[in-house]
Design a protein around this ligand. Sequence first.
Ligand code: ATP
Length: 235
Amino acid sequence: MIEIKDLHKSYQMGANSLHVLKGINFTVAEGEMVSIMGSSGSGKSTLLNILGMLDEADSGSYTLDNKPIKNLNEKIAAKYRNQFLGFIFQSFNLINYKSALDNVAMPLYYQGVKRSLRIEKAMHYLDKVGLADWASHLPSELSGGQKQRVAIARALASDPKVLLADEPTGALDTKTSYGVMELIQGINDEGKTIIVVTHEDDIAHMTKRIVNLKDGIIIDDSKVSQVSAKAKLHV
Ligand SMILES: Nc1ncnc2c1ncn2[C@@H]1O[C@H](COP(=O)(O)OP(=O)(O)OP(=O)(O)O)[C@@H](O)[C@H]1O
């Protein structure tokens, strides 16, 4: 699903250049659930931004669903992003003046789906994350865990090939985090490819493979035996 070869990225700051990704190679097969770990500044967000087509590498190659992601014009890039990728962020990034339902329906609007179908699909995904009864509520009326569930429903609404989650539990308490991870694990069990950036070891162990970054290179890439978030919730 994803193939990255010898990826390099530097940031230019005045006369200085900061070499952040120094030759990243990895592949993610369809249906995998992978976490990217590493200390602050190791390049996790930079890598995720490139995977999410929000930024471009300086060199190396990135193939997403057999499509080379390089020098795409903004229209095609936006189309691929919308079609192939779903995003989940630490700070939820919901639109505050829109209801939960309208937030979930938003990506479908950009895909040109007509309103009645947008509402039907958005309701389906809100129901899937356990929030059907909260459809008309504004984000300010929801708890952190509920906001993240709305964000997950929104990420799923366009049925992307890959879900990219940047510290999805970073703003949540432990119990709520495990609840969100239980949901994400369920989505992966249904076959969705998922990449999670996290600082937290317990969250990383709820995925099936941990890629460890240090100073812009992968120092370890191992399959792990997945801890069930549901089981952790009930201990
Ligand atoms: N747009 C930018 N311009 C300049 N430097 C940047 C930019 N984005 C990131 N950096 C620098 O690149 C390095 C890697 O940043 P990155 O955000 O990828 O790390 P990270 O592992 O995600 O860190 P954290 O866990 O703190 O979010 C850091 O030293 C950061 O200061």
